[in-house]
Design a protein around this ligand. Structure first.
Ligand code: GLN
Ligand code: ZN
Length: 762
């Protein structure tokens, strides 16, 4: 029988139960037992949902109170020394301390670093390795959860992050040695884990090695071979190695040669792998075809998927075929059931995690010839209806995109000429001061927005409230002596949601949360149709703010790459097409802001770097469309209008050419924590336009003093032409409080003033 299997289910709960319980536990409002019972309930409900849906092989240990990589750190006893762990089982509080840092009660340790999980918006805790690193079995979580499910009558397939992926994702924090030299020791612990699971009655274990989606070095390839040669010898348990997030490319041969019982491939991103892999796997090896998209929200084309599966079925037969989601469903919202505001038609186009379970069960049964005709027919109808729907297709938008010419991608003149015109118009001093856009989103601001949304505050009252916020912000900036002002973004909930709500082609869910890290979940919008802007989105506020001051006000927008990157995107056209439509919508906004009298406009591209594909070979294509879409957005305005962009990022080395090719008049970046080291790439490359290296670390409540900022600025002045340096914080200030922001900004403006004096004198 073809097996319907799942790789992982969202652990956050239908109503964010895990977040609520975990945060209550951190605050001391819920005791440990309370938190653990929420965990138990969520696991049980997830297993039962999967069982009810008919999934044959259900995962366990996919649950986590924080992060699955952090759980692995605990499982293999890889606890950074500063957390004072002295052996034995790693307890819950130590685990949370690693994730969040700990201060008080005689303890003071900074949190472990967190970074993006491959090319998703999920973030994992980074394992740390030192010359002293030794692994040992130090947690019972995976065993306990297996037993817990077994008591419910479900023999689960425990999930582990694989040893080579684990070592690849970690970092050496002390000494200078090769992480892979730790493999032998680490695999020893995996052997113990597998033996123990076997003794508990586990039939399968799923070992995730998404490193197969990357370019692998010879050493990594050898490590994979060595690890699975050893693990395959553990008796009494079958191993499934799972790759996801990409095709196999050059790693195909290595992947198929692993001596394991099953291989899982991502058939959404690697459809071309199915046939060759099916033909190549050993005749005792099963193949799990990950054909249901685990990280987008569209209903699967069941007919098409079925015909793909039939090819694999022909090669492998029912005994060796499995059907799964491409990756863990962790990256999907939980269920469509509770979405009351999405109409039935639109719903029929979608599948969240629960609905995806039904799809993969349908496909597994259908591969064996038991086709649920009714489901097939309704899926066909929904897909046809979506393809033809007037809600999706807007001919005017398509015509406009088709009519884009080379001229639309270029400003009137090159930067030097534009700069001359802009400087004449703006008349700013050297080292001009500005901020990145948002000011603290206080309780007041959030309450007013919520009240307005609920209809408890009238439009007029809300407008008056926002006007008052803007007045105060403008007055404050003038008093402090800022050169270029911002309105403060008080009207915005989120930099993508705000614009998505005003653009056609975007939809929003009520409960479509996805874990981003720990207890932080995001609710990405859905881009479902042709995107267009029907009316100005920000002009009212920016114009109002400009009317209050003689200083230049900076208009504030979100760039097209970020608008697309932080959304669930259409799967019926390439991302590079969708982004053009978004770019045109935002381009219109720039033009309107210009017409309304704004002399400078910032277009944030916070997600530019994170869109980079996993393999180097795919970078150029991405960077090409990403860069072009920014240029398309920015090129509708006259030379005199200064276009800024902002990137919260730090690493620019490998994409600096593309950053320059965006041709923004000014870019602000995050540099304060690294003491301006991150400027290096801009210096080496001789970045030709203006640049605002952040001098105020907004991720910390700490208030930097004037002298520190002067020192940072002097470093920048040593390496960059003084006339192209701006003075600004690292990022927006919305998560901070006024009490810290006010003194910090005043110190910043004062630092710039002093720098002007010393530069003149020199
Ligand atoms: N303008 C936005 C702000 O200040 C930029 C935020 C970001 O790039 N993350 O909040
Ligand atoms: Zn930022």
């Amino acid at each position: 029988m073809t097996i319907a299997q799942n790789l992982g289910f969202p652990r956050i709960g239908e109503r964010r139960e895990l977040k609520k319980a975990t945060e209550a536990y951190w605050k001391g409002d819920l005791d440990r037992k309370g938190l653990e019972s929420t965990g138990t309930e969520l696991r049980q409900s997830n297993w039962e949902k999967q069982k009810a849906a008919g999934v044959d092989l259900i995962p366990s240990n996919d649950f986590s109170y924080y992060d699955q990589v952090l759980d692995m750190m605990c499982l293999v006893g890889n606890i950074p020394e500063r957390f004072g762990w002295s052996g034995g089982n790693v307890d819950l509080d130590t685990m949370f301390a690693i994730a969040r840092g700990i201060q008080g009660g005689g303890k003071d340790a900074i949190a472990a670093e967190m970074t993006k999980w491959f090319d998703t918006n999920y973030h994992y805790i980074v394992p740390e390795f030192t010359p002293k690193t030794q692994f040992s079995l130090a947690s019972t979580k995976v065993f306990d959860e297996f037993d817990e499910a077994k008591k419910l009558g479900i023999t689960t397939k425990p999930v582990l992050v694989g040893p080579v992926t684990y070592l690849t994702l970690g970092k050496v924090t002390e000494g200078d040695f090769d992480k892979l030299s730790l493999l032998d020791d680490l695999v020893g612990v995996y052997e113990q884990i597998l033996s123990k699971l076997a003794s508990q009655g586990a039939e399968w274990v799923q070992i995730d090695e998404p490193v197969f989606s990357l370019d692998l070095s010879k050493a990594q390839q050898d490590a994979l071979r060595a690890a699975y040669d050893r693990l395959s010898k553990v008796a009494g348990i079958k191993i499934m190695v799972a790759n996801y997030f990409n095709d196999l490319a050059d790693n195909r041969e290595l992947f198929t040669s692993l001596p394991v019982d099953a291989l899982h491939l991502d058939a959404v991103r690697g459809a071309e792998d199915i046939e060759p892999v099916a033909a190549r796997v050993g005749d005792k090896t099963s193949l799990s075809v990950g054909i249901v998209d685990g990280r987008n929200i569209w209903a699967t084309d069941l007919e098409k998927s079925l015909s793909t599966l039939k090819t694999a079925h022909g090669e492998l037969g029912s005994d060796r075929l499995m059907v799964g989601p491409a990756c863990s469903l962790l990256h999907s919202p939980v269920t469509l059931r509770s979405e009351e505001k999405i109409d039935a038609e639109f719903k029929s186009w979608l599948a969240f995690a629960e609905e995806k379970l039904d799809e993969l069960v349908f496909l597994a049964r259908a591969a064996d010839g038991q086709v649920d005709q009714q489901k097939l027919a309704s899926n066909k109808e929904a897909l046809a209806n979506r393809a033809e729907s007037a809600r999706i297709h807007d001919e005017a938008v398509q015509r406009r995109v088709a009519g884009i010419t080379a001229k639309d991608y270029a400003r009137g003149s090159a930067y030097p000429e534009r700069a001359r015109k802009q400087h004449t118009k703006l008349g700013l001093p050297a080292f001009p001061t500005t901020t990145i856009g948002s000011f603290p989103q206080t309780q007041d601001v959030r309450q007013a927005r919520a009240a307005h949304k609920k209809g408890k505050m009238s439009d007029a009252e809300y407008d008056a409230f926002l006007e008052k916020q803007i007045q105060d912000a403008v007055k404050m900036q003038e008093d402090m002596g800022f050169d270029m002002l911002v309105h403060g973004e008080f009207e915005r909930n989120d930099m993508v949601e705000y614009f998505g709500e005003k653009l056609s082609g975007y939809a929003f869910t009520q409960f479509g949360w996805v874990q981003s890290y720990g207890t932080r979940y995001v609710k990405p919008p859905i881009i479902y149709g042709d995107v267009s802007r029907s009316e100005p989105m920000t002009v009212k506020w920016s114009k109002y703010a400009q009317s209050l001051t003689d200083k230049p006000m900076k208009g504030m927008l979100t760039g097209p790459v970020t608008m697309v990157q932080w959304a669930f995107v259409r799967d019926d056209q390439p991302r590079s097409e969708t982004v053009k439509q978004v770019a045109l919508g935002i381009r219109d906004e720039l033009v309107d802001l210009e017409a309304a009298g704004l002399a400078a406009i910032q277009c944030d591209e916070a997600a530019f770097r994170e869109g980079l594909p996993l393999r180097r070979a795919d970078w150029d294509a991405y960077l090409d469309w990403a860069t072009k879409s920014f240029r398309l957005t920015a090129s509708g305005v006259r030379d005199e209008t200064q276009v800024h962009t902002h990137m919260c990022y730090s690493e620019f080395n490998d994409i600096i050419e593309s950053i320059a090719a965006m041709d923004a008049d000014c870019i602000s970046i995050e540099t304060s924590r690294s003491q301006m080291e991150l400027l290096d790439s801009f210096v080496k490359f001789q970045y030709p336009n203006e640049i605002g290296p952040g001098v105020y670390d907004i991720h910390s409540p700490r208030v930097p003093n004037k002298q520190e900022m002067i020192q940072l600025l002097e470093k920048a002045r040593d390496v960059l032409p003084a006339e192209r340096i701006w003075v600004n914080p690292d990022c927006g200030l919305k998560t901070r409080g006024w009490a810290e922001v006010k003194p910090a900004l005043q110190h910043m403006v004062d630092a710039a003033k002093e720098l002007r004096e010393t530069t003149k004198a020199a």
